[in-house]
Design a protein. Sequence first.
Length: 389
Amino acid sequence: MTVFKRILNISLREVRNLVTNPMYFLFMVSAPIIVVLFFTTFLRDGQPIDMPVGVVDQDNTTTTRRLVRMLDAFQTSKVVGQYATVADARRAIQRNEIYAFFYVPAGTTSKLLASRKPKVSFYYSMTTLTSGSLLYRDLKTIASLGNAGVIQGSLKARGATDKQIMTYLQPLQIDLHQIANPATDYNVVLTTTLVPAVLTLFMFLLAAYSLGTELKFETGPNLMLRAGDNIWIALVGKMLPMFFIFLNIFFIYELYVYYFLGFPHLGGPWPIALLGVLTVTASLGFGIFMFGLVPQLRMSMSICSLWAVLSFSLAGALFPLASMDTPIQSVANLFPMRHYFLIYQATVFNGYPVSAVWVNVVALVAFSLLPLLVFPRIKKALKYYVYIP
C-alpha cells in the first residue's frame, strides 16, 4: 500500500472517530462558534458605557450640581445615586452597586470663587482594571472642569476674549491621532486575542485527547498497523481531518471579524491567511508534542490546558509584556500565542510586511515541528503502553 493510501485510510478512520464522538463536535464546531459570538456581541459597543457612579455632594450649589450633570453626560459614566456621606458611598462600592464616586465637601464653591484652592476627591475601584481606568479618566476630567469653569467666568468678567481664555486654560493643544484603532474599540483589541487563545486551547486539548484515546481504547496497535509501523504516516493521517476542520473554523472566524464586522486589517488578506495556517499547525504540533512528553491522556491534557491558560496573560495583549519581570518575558517565548500576537499586531493590525516578524514566523513553524522530537516516544506509547486511568 502506498504512503498516500495509508494516510487516506487513517484519515477516513479518524473521520469516523470524529463523527461518532460528540466531544469532537462540541470543541471543534459548537464551542468555537459560541466563543466568537459571545465576545463579538459582549463587546459590540466598543467600550463599556453607562458604568454606575455615585456622588457625595455636601456643597449642593449650582456649580456642583452642574458638575454632576456633566459627569452623568459622559458616555462611560452614569450617576445612579447620591449619598449623604463618604461612608455610605464606600459601602455602595463594596456592595458592587457603583464602581466609583465623586466627593464634593461643603464650602467648595465659595472657596473656588475666592481662589482658596478647595479640595474635591474621587474614589474608584480597580477590582476591574478597565472600568477603574475609564472612570478615573472621567472623574479627573470633571475635577479639572470645575476649576476651569470658575476661571473662565472670572476672565470673562475682566474682559478677556475666548481665545485668550482658551490659551490660559489650555496652553498646549494636543492633536491626537490613534493609528489603526481610532475609536479605541475594546472589541478590536480583546476579541482578536481572546478568541484565538480559546481556539488554541481547544486545539491543544484535542490533539492530546485524540492520541490519548488511542491508549484508552487500546486502538494504538491498529493505528500503527494501518500506518505500516511508520509513526510519521500515523500522525499525519490522524491529524489531517482535525487540521482541516480547525483551519476552516479559524478562517471563518477571521472572515467574520475582519470582513463582516470590519475590524482593522491594514495588512490585507494574505497575512491573515498565513497567520491562520501557522496558528493551527503550531497549536496541533504543540498538543502532539505534549502527549509525546507525557504519553498519558489525563496528564498531557492537563499540561496543555495549563499552557493555554497562561497564554492569555503572557501573549502581551491584556497586559504589556515589557512591564513584567525579565524572567517572565523570556518564558513568554515558549507560548505560541505570544508569537501569534506579535505577528497579528505587526502584519494584520499595522500593515507591516511579514519580514518584519520573521523571527515569530519561524517560532510558530518550530512549534509545528516539535512532534519530530518525540516521534519515538509516541510510537512506543501507541504500540506498547497500557492505559492507566
